[in-house]
Design a protein around this ligand. Sequence first.
Ligand SMILES: Nc1ncnc2c1ncn2[C@@H]1O[C@H](COP(=O)(O)OP(=O)(O)OP(=O)(O)O)[C@@H](O)[C@H]1O
Ligand SMILES: [Mg+2]
Length: 231
Amino acid sequence: METVFRVNNLSKTYLTKQALKNVSLSLDSGKILGLLGPNGSGKTTLMKIAAGLLRQSSGDIIIAGNKPGLKTKSVVSYLPDISHLYKWMTIKDAIGFYKDFFPDFNIDKAKDMLGFMKLNEASKVTTLSKGEAEKLNLTLVLSRNAKLYIFDEPLGGIDPVAREKILDAILNNYREDSSMIISTHLVKDVERLFDDVAFISHGEVVLKGNAEELRLERGKSIDELYREVFQ
Ligand SMILES: Nc1ncnc2c1ncn2[C@@H]1O[C@H](COP(=O)(O)OP(=O)(O)OP(=O)(O)O)[C@@H](O)[C@H]1O
Ligand SMILES: [Mg+2]
């Protein structure tokens, strides 16, 4: 099986703050990794390094065989934790923008997903509610045929019924030759997606493994384990 994502002894220091300390993790193709930890534990930092938006201070990172750069940016589909669309855009413009920018963007898939998300192409991005904007971002990121999907807290503003449907859609759209990293504080809702989990605390991985093995070993759900580790 191909390893899509691997970090080895990765550290990141911002000016004085050490946000990641010797993080080592890997993820095989076809797998979904839950990256879990409290506020400020380093999740976004790790995801931004993987997306090629930040550089590590030390250590190695390899994505589908390459160090972060133009090549990896073309195979990583990243959903940041804050919106990145221009204010003048309609949903249709945003779709066009993504299509021009990413050769792997699948416009038919995007249109299908807009219907599924109950979003109207004519709506202006600025008029969307928080949850609608998140649905649009998810649509854009999932409509690429990427190798690695990175979702930084994708579901915070989305109502519980829609959330379940979106999780199903992610599972259904998900291909064996791609992988996903998802950070979320909604551990209970999202844990059914995870093949692997990594718990991160103050920039260090404190527990990692196969989600099902951890559940069996500890006799707890990932959500219960999370509460135990971080209480
Ligand atoms: N640009 C920056 N300059 C200085 N410190 C930063 C910067 N970005 C993040 N940090 C610090 O690095 C640490 C890790 O931040 P990060 O955003 O990676 O955490 P997180 O796990 O994503 O948290 P949350 O769950 O709140 O999103 C925090 O202490 C944060 O204050
Ligand atoms: Mg974050």
